[in-house]
Write a protein that binds this ligand. Sequence first.
Ligand code: ADP
Ligand code: MG
Length: 557
Amino acid sequence: MGKRKFKAESKRLLDLMINSIYSQREVFLRELISNASDAIDKIYYRALTDENLSFNQSDYYIKIIPNKETRSLTLIDTGIGMTQEELEKNLGTIAKSGSFNFKSENEVKDGHDIIGQFGVGFYAAFMVADVVTVKSKALGSDEAFKWESKGSDGYTIEPTEKETVGTEITLKLKENEDDENFEEYLQEYRLKEIIKKYSDFIRYPIKMDVTKSKKEEDSDDYVEYMEEETINSMVPIWRKNKSELSDEDYENFYHEKRYGFDKPLKHIHANVDGTIRYNAILFIPENRPFDYYSQDYEKGLELYSNGVLIMERCADLVPDHFSFVKGLVDSEDLSLNISREMLQHDRQLKLIAKNINKKIKSQLLSLQRDEREKYEQFYHAFGRQLKFGVYNEFGANKDVLKDLLMFYSSKENKLVTLAEYVSRMPEEQKYIYYATGESIERIEKLPQTELVADKGFEILYFTEEIDEFAIRVLMNYEEKEFKSVSSNDLGIESEDEKASETEASENKELFAYMKEQLGGKVKEVRISKRLKSHPVCLTAEGEISIEMEKVINAMPD
Ligand code: ADP
Ligand code: MG
């Protein structure tokens, strides 16, 4: 059979593909493994619907064989195989996905998902190979065929010998270029690394012969030998049942995934099966990453589609206010774009993100309720981010976050929630009082706190600049407004209001003199009932405190 040309569009697409669709060459292996896995899924699906066919799990696998002598990499699968026509149709026309047709013809239902749907993945092989050979024998056929191509100039198909049903793909790796050494794809450790990274949770075993060494008997020498090993872990931890898993399993996973060097403070394992289906494992780290509050920190979760890694850091899955959360999401319901590097529609993603936002919130609330010490530890590490979250986006997230906030309390000498504060408020107390300052010690000495404290009212101490900005956005909590202790009107009834009026008029001249001496730095000097042990204090005119004014004045215009 003579050489056939790719369809014209295919030729252009192939060049485009090789040069620009994928950002990393190593994904060629992910694509070929996904195809092999799809092919096994198909034979499994046939077995389900055809009584004459049985499916014995152990007969189905993918094998990777690097060969340094021939500079080639071979992938064998025991999947459904391809007939001559199928080789022609599926590999001869780019963007013709046999898996897509299989899906629509057979109405593949839940649990038998086939990853392929674009019909370009196969050509990723040409990113690393200059010759690709596919030998295949289809289920139910006794002939095998060989498809071969050197890239964009076309392909040949001819009969070949192959005993078993399935497909064998051999990549003749490209010659090394200045900056690229294609031999890396023959290195055991590199292949393992790529398989682990992208295809760890493919349902079928991905096998490879790996070099092992053992000590020789009666000698100190080690001998090397080859042994077949299954590289992938197959069942992802997030598909397992929560009850099968221990805290240690989650902790190991956290470290395996290099989410952090610390221990996770809490894990969240979600198996959601509703309008949108996904599995997720999320972690709240114990420590703040060193670059957390810097520009360098990148939030995001890993995104898997049906066990195959699509994105290492999908930022859209976590809101900024929970940017400290690490972990992954796996969903079967994502529509991916051609390179699987982006999502086509973000509707599903938005739904998942919304769901995750809620999950994290409720888990943090339960931590706050049931494991207060741990919550405080979390809050010390990431509380500031929650307060920024209240303030940012014009307060769009304030309702999600308000119950997660904590502030130091004058009464409890520890962090308290707003709910706790409000629940303790005496009836005559109108406002939630707060005082701002650099540190708790400094705030304690503020003269402005005296009257409020003297009334027995609790004061929240704000020591971070963001605190007051956040509660200004919040405005109130359970209809109780926030009030700075340095505010002009504290809303506290004073019995001798009258007396102070006469006192004020008696001292009018003195106050006028004081104001003049201060050279316009104060707006008014007046008598006050709020002081006990201090002779004088500053109060603010408007609703914001002096501290907040300082911050605002320091902001660049
Ligand atoms: P997709 O997987 O998106 O359909 P690919 O370019 O990766 O597109 O593959 C094209 C088609 O070739 C697949 O849909 C499938 O029908 C066929 N194919 C590729 N690899 C194999 C294989 N190992 N076994 C059987 N069929 C395969
Ligand atoms: Mg594919």
